[in-house]
Design a protein around this ligand. Structure first.
Ligand code: PLP
Length: 441
């Protein structure tokens, strides 16, 4: 029985395999057949992988720290079918805009289990969240403290809030996805004294109940040390705020950022390693600063959905520049996955049929958009390709679809969820009518 190679078994969805006919399958469905049925570009999500990641996070953190919650960060991929799975698996969820809240509502996601993040929530969004009965709102600026106090007052609600602080810790990831350093738009800086002032203001606000503190360092984080360093610093701050303003740290949320494996050379630590590091740091910090152990919440986004998703493209033109480069153009690109252009993110690329056949060539897989920076993967080794071949990129389940655009007036791809040999459409491909729908002619 043929099977995926060792690296691919780590980065493709857990249900992926290789059929007798040499086709990569996911959830019992051959990628090439799904491409024929639903067209390309196509995003395939594997339900088994999503559920397995949810269980590993919930179980891993419960084992390390009994009073823990896992909160899926829906910016990684917001979809009502996914939100239902997240709810069934017992996770909480966070949203960062009114739009993400609409998706949570559409799935009937329990309001009490939602947390509303974001560095610039507006009056309307805050009102919509309160009307839905949202569990927590995480405040990120002095403007938001005042605004939420006002909106909650108008609605006769005392809203539970967390304050997002910035611990000035560098998690050594991409500059554009680093969020917890001093020079960041996110969070009240502890270092400058802004966080202490925010605690004082929020605790004095009649319509806010400060239940805890939150921080998020960035993503993806392949190291453990930044988490424990930041946790210690923030718990020390919490103890100072208890003494100065009577803050009770009932809840503590050190964010997300857990890494995933995009390419075989850089595989992440197991979830248990993050769980042990974080829970040990929380326990020892509480002990050191005389705090009661709080409810611990972590917020993985990428690590829940990245491995579950596989992007599928069809090869068009192939351009060979002797002694320079071979460009393989596919029918998607930066419109459906901007991460390579934005963050220089790396992806593994495989041909969906007969993925390991020889001979191979080193090629650069590019998209169809009118930008030289539009590429999927540079210098990847693939079998010698033909136009119309189907390619796939595993670990495409996070931050590709949600960041997709209609650049060059392209339609955004269809999405299917697979399980046990069945594929169901969970988002249809956009049409030209969709493109015209919001324009006045
Ligand atoms: C506040 C917050 N929490 C959690 C996350 C999720 O990060 P990741 O998807 O890397 O786990 C993000 C990502 O930007 C974030 O901003």
């Amino acid at each position: 029985m043929p099977q995926l190679n060792e690296t691919d078994r780590e980065i493709f969805p857990v249900s992926a395999g290789l059929s007798d006919t040499g086709d990569i399958t996911i959830g019992g469905c051959a990628i090439s057949e799904l491409a024929t049925e639903f067209g390309t570009p196509l995003y395939i999500y594997d339900e088994d992988t999503i559920r397995q990641m949810c269980r590993q996070f919930v179980g891993g953190f419960k084992e390390a720290y009994e009073r823990s919650h896992v909160e899926y960060s829906s910016k990684a991929f917001a979809n009502p079918v996914l939100a239902k799975i997240i709810a069934e698996e017992g996770l909480n969820m966070d949203v960062v805009t009114g739009g993400e809240l609409v998706f949570a509502k559409a799935a009937g996601f329990p309001a009490e289990r939602l947390n509303f993040h974001g560095n610039n929530k507006d009056r309307g969004e805050l009102g919509e969240a309160i009307d839905y009965g949202i569990g927590r709102i995480t405040l990120d600026s002095f403007y938001e403290i005042g605004l939420l106090n006002e909106v909650a007052g108008e609605k006769g609600v005392r809203q539970k809030v967390l304050l997002r602080v910035s611990p000035s810790v560098d998690p050594h990831t991409h500059m554009l996805t680093t969020t917890g350093i001093l020079d960041s738009k996110f969070g009240f800086s502890i270092e400058t004294g802004a966080a202490a002032e925010a605690v004082e203001q929020a605790m004095a606000a009649d319509n806010l109940e400060v239940v805890g503190l939150h921080f998020h360092l960035g993503s993806p984080i392949f190291e453990l040390e930044p988490y424990s360093q930041a946790i210690d610093y923030v718990l020390k701050f919490a103890a100072e705020m208890r003494d100065a303003h009577g803050l009770q740290l009932k809840e503590f949320n050190p964010g997300g950022g857990f890494a995933v494996g995009y390419v075989g050379e850089e595989l992440p630590l197991p979830i248990s390693a993050y769980a042990n590091e974080i829970s040990t740091a929380v326990r020892s910090g509480c002990d050191r600063y005389g705090l009661e152990e709080p409810l611990l919440t972590v917020e993985p986004g990428r690590a829940i959905v990245a491995r579950a998703g596989v992007a599928v493209y069809k090869v068009g033109g192939i351009k060979r520049i002797p002694n320079v480069r071979i460009y393989v153009s596919v029918d998607g690109g930066m419109g459906d996955n901007i991460r390579p252009a934005l963050y220089s993110s790396e992806y593994t690329v495989r041909r969906a049929h007969d993925p390991y056949s020889e001979p191979t060539e080193t090629v650069t897989v590019v998209g169809k958009y009118c930008e030289s920076g539009d590429y999927i993967a540079r210098d990847v080794d693939l079998p010698v390709l033909d136009s119309e071949d189907i390619l796939c990129t595993p670990t495409s389940g996070a931050y590709a679809v949600p960041m997709a655009s209609n650049y060059n007036m392209t339609t955004r791809p269809a999405i299917v969820m697979v399980k046990d040999g069945n594929a169901r459409l969970i988002r249809r491909r956009e049409t030209y009518d969709d493109l015209l729908a919001t324009s006045l002619v």
